[in-house]
Design a protein around this ligand. Structure first.
Ligand code: CP
Length: 316
């Protein structure tokens, strides 16, 4: 085991130490080149089994966990919830315990309710990875965002990071606020009033500032992270119309000029083009949105590797 990362599960960023985060990022760095080789495979997890159990839709996270497992030579299994016995009424806990009986090493879980991965971690011998639980956390997204920032800015310490949009429903924002403040960044969040909780993550004045306007958050930012409007989690009308949202809160080229001239733009995807982000910003020279996806694979390889025992297995 890596002495700086000895956990059974990865359930969130909130409870990780700065050293654990740094170990995850350093390990991800060592795996980055595997995906650039002609033969994109190392034997590090030969004989291990990884199960993807996604109760919510995903393109990036599910595919990159599957590819990460395969590039580490693990056996990877994807459970399609719609054709599993969940559709016959089996509980999540029973599903997890039945999968656990087949002795996988790691189960990756995405669910629409906060806390589901934490419940499964209590009953499962396999390591559980949280791939997004409701509005709570999405730890591997924050890690890949951090890797993208480090790669392009050198250090996270001392950076001004603006997080814009639907803060309330965003597990990406929660994991990022915890990670970025632990590593010494200053984080400013802004969005429509009803979508920005007053005491977000309990970190206001501890590295986090709630800004009254998008423009305030953008002023002199080194990093601009735009969040997706999560229509599927909104039961109330949080803003009048999508058109008004794009006018008052969308990241346009003009608004981006408020940030530093070398500011980078991130978005976790999937994007609502023309709503929270203008297409010419998403596709522009400041955008690192596809780099985020590339680093996501390396981060997920690192997570699978460290949860499987780290250096005990390393043969590259
Ligand atoms: N960022 C992210 O979690 O994307 P997916 O929903 O496609 O996995």
């Amino acid at each position: 085991m890596d002495k700086n990362f000895q956990r059974k599960d990865l359930l969130g960023i909130r409870n990780l130490s700065a050293d654990e985060i740094k170990t995850l990022l350093q390990t991800a760095d060592t795996f980055r080149d595997v995906s650039r080789r002609e033969v994109k495979k190392v034997p590090a997890l030969r004989g291990k089994t990884v199960i993807n159990l996604f109760f919510e839709n995903s393109t990036r996270t599910r595919t990159s966990f599957e590819l990460a497992a395969k590039r580490l030579s693990a056996d990877a299994v994807n459970i399609s919830v719609s054709t599993s016995s969940v559709a016959k009424g089996e509980t999540i806990l029973d599903t997890a315990m039945n999968l656990d009986a087949m002795a996988p090493h790691i189960i990756i879980v995405r669910h629409g309710s906060a806390g589901v991965p934490h419940q499964l971690a209590k009953v499962s011998r396999a390591s559980i990875v949280n791939a997004g639980d409701g509005s709570n956390e999405h730890p591997t997204q924050a890690l890949l965002d951090a890797m993208t920032i480090k790669e392009h800015k050198g250090e996270i310490l001392g950076l001004n990071v603006a997080i814009l949009g639907d803060i309330l429903h965003s597990r990406v924002a929660r994991s990022n606020v915890h990670l970025l403040t632990k590593l010494g960044a200053t984080v400013r969040v802004a969005g429509p009033n009803p979508l920005v909780p007053n005491d977000f993550c309990g970190l206001v004045n501890n590295g986090l500032t709630i800004c009254p306007t998008i423009e305030d958050a953008l002023e002199n930012a080194d990093v601009v992270m735009v969040l997706r409007i999560q229509k599927e989690r909104m039961n109330d009308a949080f803003f009048p119309t999508m058109r008004e949202y794009s006018i008052y809160y969308g990241l346009t080229k003009d608004r981006l000029k408020l940030a530093k001239s070398d500011a980078i733009v991130l978005h976790p995807g999937p994007m609502n083009r023309g709503i929270e982000i203008a297409s010419d910003v998403a596709d522009g020279s400041s955008s690192l949105i596809l780099n985020q996806v590339e680093y996501g694979l390396a981060v997920r390889m690192a997570v699978l590797y460290l949860l499987s025992g780290g250096n005990e297995n390393k043969e590259q």
